[in-house]
Write a protein that binds this ligand. Structure first.
Ligand code: SF4
Length: 352
């Protein structure tokens, strides 16, 4: 297999889309947060940091979770059905969902603090090693999921290149809060996208990400399809938040009008978690009522998941169970050799 330019051991990797501003500040252009950061400061996602006027990704090659699943569980139903994927995620997210099920691995704030301090023992896996694990487990694809892949884009692209050379396909599970430049960069490397459409209400989105709008999300989903990515969408129906027949009908109408009547729409069940722990599970009747709205809107491929919510990593095996034979120094302390941020490391100032 051809070797990539990825570092053999953990280190900070330059952020793929950045703009130098005055006085050593930089702007990250990976997602619509477009964080403007000065030396020692990290972005909202916590995964990108300015060190002396250059932005770096802290989480390149760092895995928070891994598993082998049918592609249908992502959920993706109309691309390579019946095949298996190696699912991986890292730390860092551009949203703060009140009902997040992957809190520790998705937001990963303490894990990214440890990386920034040079105290992390998280697993570092090169793109070649990850592809080798996928081949060893006999899967046909690699899926980026659990956390938001847009804030891990440098690694996602390197893995995709290696995966395609090895004959594997690639899947991207996302909130679609991504800049157009980043989407243009990653789309040629992605075979299939499963994107959330969480709501058609700006208030819903802004409760979990103050800078997000519905239009930004929908534009990115549409653009991905126009760029040739196989696109499927998913709505996690949350009681009292996005479960009115009218809103579900309008989501289904948007999918039909923009992605096509055959475009798959996945309707999943909400399970109480985190700040929404007092919100009840979605009644199965509500899920089927969403299905009826899909029928009314003329969508031909709506799927109901009475037992399934997000693509969670709650029951995954430890990372070691997949990688122990592959990577000798999996749990060594990950230290950046530079000391330009001083003894407090890159924790000096956070965005939040
Ligand atoms: S949230 Fe992260 S990925 Fe998004 S612009 Fe800020 S630093 Fe970049």
């Amino acid at each position: 297999m051809p070797q990539s330019k990825a570092p053999a051991h953990y280190q900070l990797v330059r952020t793929a889309l950045q703009e130098n501003l005055a006085n050593g500040t930089t702007r990250c252009h990976l997602c619509p947060w477009r964080c403007k950061l000065s030396h020692g400061q990290r972005g909202f996602c916590q995964a990108h940091v300015n060190r002396n006027g250059t932005l770096y990704n802290l989480s390149y090659g760092i895995l928070s979770a891994i598993d082998v699943n049918p592609i249908g569980e992502k959920p993706i139903r109309h691309f390579r059905p019946g095949t298996q994927v190696l699912s991986v995620g890292s730390y860092g997210c551009s949203f703060r969902c009140g009902g997040c099920h992957n809190l520790e691995i998705s937001w990963g704030v303490s894990a990214l603090d440890d990386l920034a301090r040079g105290e992390s023992t998280a697993a570092y896996v090169t793109p070649e090693e990850l592809v080798a694990v996928a081949l060893r487990h006999g899967v046909q694809g690699i899926a980026f999921t659990y956390s938001e892949p847009a804030v891990w884009l440098e690694y996602v692209i390197d893995v995709c290149e290696q995966a395609h050379q090895a004959g594997l396909y690639t899947v991207y599970v996302s909130n679609s809060f991504i800049s157009e430049q980043a989407l243009q960069l990653v789309a040629p490397h992605i075979d299939a996208l499963c994107s959330d459409i969480k709501s058609l209400s700006n208030d819903f989105y802004q409760a979990i990400c103050p800078t997000a709008t519905v239009d930004q999300i929908l534009a990115a989903i549409l653009k991905a399809q126009q760029l040739g990515v196989h696109v499927e969408t998913r709505t996690n129906v949350i009681p009292g938040k996005n479960d009115t027949p009218d809103e579900l009908y309008r989501i289904a109408c948007w999918v039909r009008e923009n992605l096509g009547e055959n475009s798959p729409w996945h309707i999943t069940k909400f399970f109480p978690a985190y700040q929404l722990s007092t919100v009840p599970e979605t009644p199965v009747e509500t899920l089927w009522s969403a299905y009826e709205q899909a029928q009314r809107a003329g969508l031909k491929n709506a799927y109901v998941y009475p037992d399934k919510g997000c693509d969670c990593a709650e029951e995954n095996l430890p990372i070691e169970s997949y990688l122990a034979n592959q990577v000798a120094d999996l749990r060594q302390v990950k230290k950046c050799t530079a000391s330009c941020c001083g003894s407090e490391g890159v924790l000096l100032r956070k965005f939040e």
